[in-house]
Design a protein around this ligand. Structure first.
Ligand code: G4P
Length: 529
């Protein structure tokens, strides 16, 4: 198979949802279709139990599983499908944001009863900003939930999307009869038998056909006719181009647990979802079918064995092929490196591979040379954009609790920050170190890992910060900027890349600062240029 065909074959995507909407269940059913796993229950639940805040065994267990499920790959109808796992727990939202820089499309799972939930809103916003093509799957139709039209409205309004249903439910919950597939023009009857792998569908090109009444009953048939007429009047016709540019999102209904409506979703997905898309680097747009390799690190995972401080860096291949033992340029270090055992991912295993293609993810063993966002090329000085840091929600001073182990502590902090566990800020005034995180859970993870992997002990002290803002002066030499730096000295810090950050202690002080120093721009993400 030639290079271009390999690219066309690949579909690399993420499933996003609020916890409990059914992401794990859907992933598992997709893998079943690909024949990648034999039975239900094989995909481990990559979730942190609600009681896990101080349960370190749970944290370790979760880290172990998250390596195993980081990338799940399978072949379906001759397409190579790579599912990138996105943690649902909100304390790990940063991880998910970063993973979204490596996907070419996403499937959004929504619970029919709960509708659009908080975590879904945040994740979809990130996808919308990047024009990532999205398919919506409304799950748990076997349960009572919201009316289909109300839900479609809710998705449009809360998620700011422009939807069009490609399937439509017939009844719901106790009365759930099945689904009309608008895309394929057929009916799939619900039997509630989750073991059924292949669903039989009945073709209905024309739903006015009286056969429909015989199959689902007169009332349900008339309701379906009315509903479909309404959808035609209200929603735009599906258009693949618009889906690909992020202007239109098709919606499917089903029940992942019952493996119902999943085949329709998958069949449509492989047909319409994009193969690896071009990616913007600081220097230029890179197309997947360019011959030379380019790729970037979007995730780093520490090895589970604390004795070997070895990590796995996950690289998304954007263009060219990645070959074993071939030297590549580590752009940030300006050094050639080669890898004797790059890993590729299959269902739940990883294996050494000789060659990987755009859209694939390779796992590289790393002893501390990689940071999230690093780019690999065949010699070109290229920097991939698109992994911004957002303002953390929590801030604490980190103190060294064992003076004999200062070196270990700083090394540990450094490496954990490279992994993207949290963000480090160093105060301009006194050099004190502040750790910013999305959730409180990370502080415990950091403390535990510093002790177990680096032999260092730390304590924390609260530091009241409302928001971290990245500072961009219009002119570094103007008086206003100088005054800003003088007056706000106590609140200024450098992030890990040496960028200036203003740590506003309240919304009020943030607003006052913006008013008083209009030429000093304050940004809410690190990547504002
Ligand atoms: P998540 O990864 O998005 O967090 O969700 P997950 O798949 O773990 O699903 C959350 C719960 O919803 C699970 O139940 C799962 O069985 C259930 N579920 C998923 N899809 C459907 C569906 O189509 N219909 C119904 N009725 N339930 C569904 P649980 O009791 O929390 O977990 P478990 O004990 O079954 O694993």
């Amino acid at each position: 198979m030639d290079f271009k065909e390999e690219i066309q074959k690949r579909r690399t995507f993420g499933i996003i949802s609020h916890p409990d909407a059914g992401k794990t269940t859907l992933t598992e059913k997709l893998l079943l279709f690909g024949g990648a796993i034999q039975e239900a229950g094989a995909v481990k639940n990559n979730k942190i139990k609600k009681s896990a805040t101080s349960d370190f065994m749970e944290i370790e267990r979760q880290r172990g599983i998250s390596v195993a499920t980081s990338v799940l790959a399978f072949i379906y109808k001759d397409k190579k499908i790579n599912i990138l796992d996105t943690p649902g727990h909100k304390d790990f939202a940063e991880d998910t944001f970063r993973t979204l820089t490596a996907v070419d499309s996403v499937i959004v799972v929504i619970d029919v009863a709960k509708g659009v939930e908080e975590q879904t809103e945040k994740l979809v916003e990130v996808c919308r900003m990047r024009n990532i093509p999205m398919i919506v799957f409304i799950n748990k139709l076997d349960r009572e939930g919201k009316d289909a039209f109300d839900l479609l409205d809710e998705v449009e309004q809360k998620l700011n999307l422009n939807v069009t249903p490609l399937s439509f439910p017939i009844g719901m919950g106790y009365d759930f009869k099945g689904i009309y597939n608008i895309y394929e023009k057929n009916i799939n009857l619900f039997s509630g038998d989750s073991k059924k792998n292949i669903e039989e569908t009945i073709a209905f090109d024309d739903i006015s056909n009286p056969e429909l009444d015989k199959i689902i009953g007169e009332t349900a048939a008339n309701d379906l006719r009315d509903n479909l007429e309404l959808t035609q009047g209200v929603y735009p016709k599906f258009d693949t181009e618009k889906y690909l540019t992020g202007e239109l999102q098709p919606v499917f209904f089903g029940s992942a647990l019952n493996n119902f409506g999943v085949r329709e979703l998958l069949d449509c997905f492989i047909e319409i979802a994009p193969s690896p898309r071009p990616k913007m680097a600081e220097e230029r747009l890179v197309k997947a079918d360019e011959k030379e390799l380019t790729g970037f690190v979007f995730k780093i995972h520490a090895n589970m064995d604390p004795k070997h401080r070895d990590r796995l860096a996950f690289v998304k291949i954007v263009s060219g092929t990645f070959e074993r033992n071939k030297p590549y340029l580590h752009v940030r270090h300006d050094k050639k490196v080669k890898f004797s055992s790059p890993n590729a991912f299959f269902a739940e295993k990883k294996e050494i591979v000789d060659i990987s293609y755009p859209g694939d993810i390779v796992g590289l063993h790393d002893t501390g040379n990689f940071k999230i966002g690093d780019t690999l090329t065949e010699g070109e000085s290229l920097h991939y954009k698109g992994i911004p840091s957002f303002s953390p929600e929590h801030f604490r001073y980190i103190n060294n609790a064992d003076p004999m182990k200062a070196k270990q502590l700083y090394k540990g902090i450094d490496q954990l920050m490279d992994e993207g566990v949290a963000q480090l800020f160093t105060l301009e005034m006194n050099g004190r170190k502040v750790i910013g995180t999305v959730g409180a859970l990370q502080y415990e993870v950091i403390q535990y890992r510093l002790e177990h992997e680096y032999g260092a002990k730390c304590t924390y002290e609260n530091f009241a910060v409302h928001k971290a803002c990245w500072v961009e002066p219009t002119d570094k030499n103007n008086e206003e900027f100088k005054e800003f730096k003088r007056v706000k000295q106590k609140f200024l810090a450098k992030d890990k890349l040496g960028q200036l950050v203003f740590l506003a202690d309240s919304q009020f002080s943030l607003q006052m600062t913006q008013q008083k120093y209009p030429t000093v721009k304050l940004h809410f993400t690190s990547e504002y240029k």
